[in-house]
Design a protein around this ligand. Sequence first.
Ligand SMILES: C[C@](O)(CO)[C@H](O)COP(=O)(O)OP(=O)(O)OC[C@H]1O[C@@H](n2ccc(N)nc2=O)[C@H](O)[C@@H]1O
Ligand SMILES: Nc1ncnc2c1ncn2[C@@H]1O[C@H](COP(=O)(O)OP(=O)(O)OP(=O)(O)O)[C@@H](O)[C@H]1O
Length: 291
Amino acid sequence: MRLNEHARAKVNLTLAVLGRRADGYHVLDSLVAFADVADSLSLEVGPDLSLEVSGPRAEGAGALADNLVLKAANALASRFPGLVLGHFHLMKALPAAAGLGGGSSDAAAALRLLARANKLALTHDAVVEAARATGSDVPVCLEARSRWMRGAGEILSEPVALPPLPALLVNPGVATPTAEVFRALAFEPGHVAPYDEMLPRCIGLAGKPASLVDFIASGRNDLQPPAIALRPVIGEAIEAVGQQPGCRLARMSGSGATVFGLFDTREAAKIAAEALRPFKPGWWIVETSIG
Ligand SMILES: C[C@](O)(CO)[C@H](O)COP(=O)(O)OP(=O)(O)OC[C@H]1O[C@@H](n2ccc(N)nc2=O)[C@H](O)[C@@H]1O
Ligand SMILES: Nc1ncnc2c1ncn2[C@@H]1O[C@H](COP(=O)(O)OP(=O)(O)OP(=O)(O)O)[C@@H](O)[C@H]1O
């Protein structure tokens, strides 16, 4: 039996860092959505666990043994005795260490495939715990629906019904290790500001895309300044995207380096992608839809 899943790119439309817990992890308040650009993962169900990676971005995923697909599968197997496993094939299209949670989304897709093969609900404790144990972004990627994400990533709101937002994703070709960007904030552990109650306002705007973009623009990504300090080309990418006709907002996602631009129409996003590509041949530039 062969099962297939897409692992869509995660985009942090807003990302406030409220402080740092005593355990060193940072407390976030982030509106997370998913783009219609993805890696593909398949599972040939069988007794043994194995993985093969191919595709244009396979190299960025690093050593096979460290792949988050295997980490997630092992995390679930250790929590659910007798789990049926199998051979995974990952087709890597998303850039790695890019703020798009590519590895986290692959791990979540692996958990969805194993849950299907073993007739487990995604809400089963073993699946939820395996997601948390694999990485901070994996819980939100499990169902891959737009949500507010809080805590270190483990507190999730109900899904937020966002309209599809026409967008451009631009990665300027530099990896930004997440831990390094958080460290550059230089927050002392033990100080955390209260959550801003933005959630109800956002739900009210979901039927009005223009106001929703204004709302997102009124937020921020607190990891953007330290990421730009570490990788100045991110600032260049934000400027390049923001200058495109019809761009309503240009901001970095996650810990970078990928920048998203929000546009009123898919056509405007496509024109922007075509305008940028000839000037930046080394950059990953795709028009997409987020939400
Ligand atoms: C930046 C985000 O992508 C926003 O969605 C996530 O918070 C990061 O998620 P992730 O890549 O799955 O991160 P993990 O693999 O769990 O953690 C990598 C490193 O980032 C730092 N980290 C991560 C999440 C968090 N809330 N606080 C942190 O300080 C820790 O140093 C950790 O060792
Ligand atoms: N399947 C995978 N795909 C991509 N990277 C992987 C995978 N498995 C393990 N990794 C490792 O995980 C690291 C982070 O990759 P990932 O793409 O998930 O992070 P990210 O895009 O920085 O996410 P964030 O949104 O947290 O900033 C990579 O440097 C890579 O070595």
